[in-house]
Design a protein around this ligand. Sequence first.
Ligand code: GLA
Length: 376
Amino acid sequence: MADFQSVFGATPTGVWAAPGRVNLIGEHTDYNDGFVLPVALPHAAKATARRRDDGVLRLFSEQGDGEVTELRVDGLAPGSVTGWAAYPAAVVWALREAGHDVGGADFHFDSDVPSGAGLSSSAALECVVATAYRDLYELELTGPELALIAQRAENAFVGVPCGVMDQMASMCCVEGAALFLDTRDLAHRHVPLDLAGQGLRLLVIDTRVKHDLGDGAYAELRAGCERAAELLGLRALRDLPPDRLPQALDRLPAELRPLVRHVVTEDVRVEQAVARLDAGDLAALGPILSAGHASLRDDYRVSCPETDLAVAAAVAAGALGARMTGGGFGGSVLALVEAGTLDHVAAAVTTAFSDAGYAAPRTFAATPAAGARRVG
Ligand code: GLA
């Protein structure tokens, strides 16, 4: 551990935190203007920071290589920074691009959001920087406005064409609730998720299969959805009512049909899930999660043998439902379980992995945590 003082030889102004997330349901709907239902994790990126008035941005991460990255804010340009430092640099660039006259800062980062696990470690890093800058430079920006700046940072500076779910979850979640978000206009509502009160737990299973959105597959899926919307004469797939799905599929080339079917049915699943949560029936989420996984596996085709095995083993061991969460191609699975079966389900998945010759997964129970905030 090298603290702020020993790295930068100065006293910090404050400490900020922004969480990673799991998504209950609503996967690959955000870039189709659809609905999502994420929950913030207790795992967060923490930033200890101070403002600098000489236009220099200095970045140090406990998870990095022990070096300080030093950049001039007026020299930031897409492609100019690589590795983890691109994410914080991108946010400073995006703030300036949006017309905010912000200068430099010293940042010491420490994150316990597992990276490459589909739990939004990148959005957490972006959002902690956005939140710290809001306070250090007294910017009058709301959570959704900061989320949009963080998304633009990732799209235009880092070069990943992600939607806005992860950044909105990291900025706007509150403790004890899921975030029901309409990604078209960012209207959102906090839906209470009192798992413990109903004797339930959310088990997160990190398969340790590296999930990487930068590899092109995500961009291809997004392009496929946009092409389908265009062929159907729609602004986005969100605008296709479920009862018109069969006729719409007939009008599309075969390779686009499963994508459209996933997006349209997934939006319905989000609305069903919210209705069950509003009715206080959390256990009813289980079958909705499992149906979401089948759709991601069979139609959207973003699962992998390890996530499929984790889902199957969790359900066989008594989970009420399970699905992969995040972009896919590896990453994490979440399972809804009765509190008393948590250890049993986790152990069953671990055994199934070992029997299949896979590396041991990392498992933990997630409680819905708070969004980005100043913590010190
Ligand atoms: C990644 C992206 C999100 C979203 C999910 C899939 O996490 O960053 O915008 O598209 O994948 O639901």
